[in-house]
Design a protein around this ligand. Structure first.
Ligand code: PHE
Length: 349
């Protein structure tokens, strides 16, 4: 067949093949076959030696024309394929803006944390520092330094989880008192601190007892601190948390680390003071222990008890939360039922 015929045939075949290619890979194969280094056009160029010299110019021209044509068609085809791909992708990934959004469920603050954060902010506002002692404490800080030597009968007041002879899960945050007293530099001013945290006791869990609960220790030491300062402070805390109208009372009590000692009761949220099962028919719920710091506690920490003195208190944060929110089962705090926790969402806003 003569070369001109061959070129004509190749032109037709090439254009058909380009048309048939519907994806980029296939189109590339066609390009290699037609105009690649070992493609059909190159083959024709290589066979130029076989044709009459006067025809060579024309054949060369035709080959170039055909290459240009193929290139143009291949380019156009490629553009079409890419455009179709983009269109398809756009269709597939189309976002239906009319669909309702997916709601992200937010957690809520635990009721005890609401009270804790509130009290912390309140005390910071009055110039107290906030400290945090270890939950695994030593007998030394929790008892010995707090005027409870070994075999002191008052140790039975708190059924303690011992790890070994010296280490225990703290049954009160009072060890924090000894820790800050030891370190405080009184030449820089009075000591005012609160120490919130978890405490543990060997108690059987029921509606009003838990083997783990939250306390907030408080300590104020200076040169002329009196019992009326303590009373005023306790009343302020109670009013801050429960409002101006909730009744409170102080009862004499006993703690080895305070003398005199008191306990504060708040009128029962349930019966308003008449007496019910929740307040064990007394009309009152105990919320904290307090008193004037025993001189031995100061001396044990190297503080001169003839110059310095003050008061301490230990708030039961769970009790505060029970009274504030009218919760009748302390176990609700620790079982983490979402429906229970959800009720406190508003408090955060
Ligand atoms: N630590 C005492 C308790 O857990 C409470 C308390 C603290 C009493 C500070 C007096 C002073 O019962």
């Amino acid at each position: 067949m003569d070369l001109f015929e061959k070129l004509k045939e190749l032109r037709q075949k090439g254009l058909d093949e380009i048309k048939k290619a519907t994806d980029e890979e296939h189109l590339n194969e066609v390009r290699v076959e037609l105009i690649g280094r070992k493609g059909e056009l190159t083959k024709i160029l290589h066979s130029m030696g076989d044709i009459a010299p006067e025809d060579r110019r024309e054949v060369g021209q035709k080959v170039n024309e055909l290459r240009d044509l193929f290139n143009k068609q291949l380019g156009e085809s490629k553009d079409k394929i890419v455009a179709a791909l983009i269109a398809q992708k756009m269709e597939e990934e189309r976002v239906d803006v009319t669909l309702p959004g997916r709601r992200q469920k937010l957690g809520s603050k635990h009721p005890i944390n609401i009270i804790l954060d509130d009290l912390e902010a309140y005390f910071i506002g009055m110039g107290y520092q906030v400290v945090q002692g270890p939950e695994i404490e030593t007998d030394h800080y929790v008892f010995e330094m707090m005027n409870l030597p070994k075999d002191h009968p008052a140790r039975d007041m708190q059924a303690t989880f011992y790890i070994d002879d010296e280490n225990l899960l703290r049954s009160q945050t009072s060890g924090d008192q000894a820790r800050v007293l030891e370190k405080h530099d009184f030449s820089k001013g009075p000591l005012k601190m609160v120490g919130p945290g978890k405490v543990y006791r060997r108690d059987d869990d029921d509606a009003t007892h838990s083997h783990q609960f939250m306390q907030m220790e408080g300590l104020v030491i200076d040169k002329h601190v009196t019992m009326s300062d303590l009373k005023g402070t306790l009343e302020m805390i109670a009013k801050h948390i429960f409002g101006q109208d909730r009744e409170t009372r102080l009862r004499p009590s006993y703690f080895p680390f305070t003398e005199p000692s008191v306990e504060m009761d708040v009128a029962c949220f349930n019966c308003g003071g008449k007496g019910c099962a929740i307040c064990k028919y007394t009309g009152w719920i105990e919320v904290l222990g307090a008193g004037m710091v025993h001189p031995n506690v100061l001396e044990n920490a190297g503080v001169d008890s003839t110059v310095y003195g003050g008061f301490a208190f230990g708030v039961g944060l769970d009790r505060f939360a029970i009274l504030k929110y009218g919760i009748d089962d302390i176990r609700d705090f620790y079982t983490n039922d979402i429906r229970f926790l959800d009720q406190f969402r508003k408090e955060e806003d």
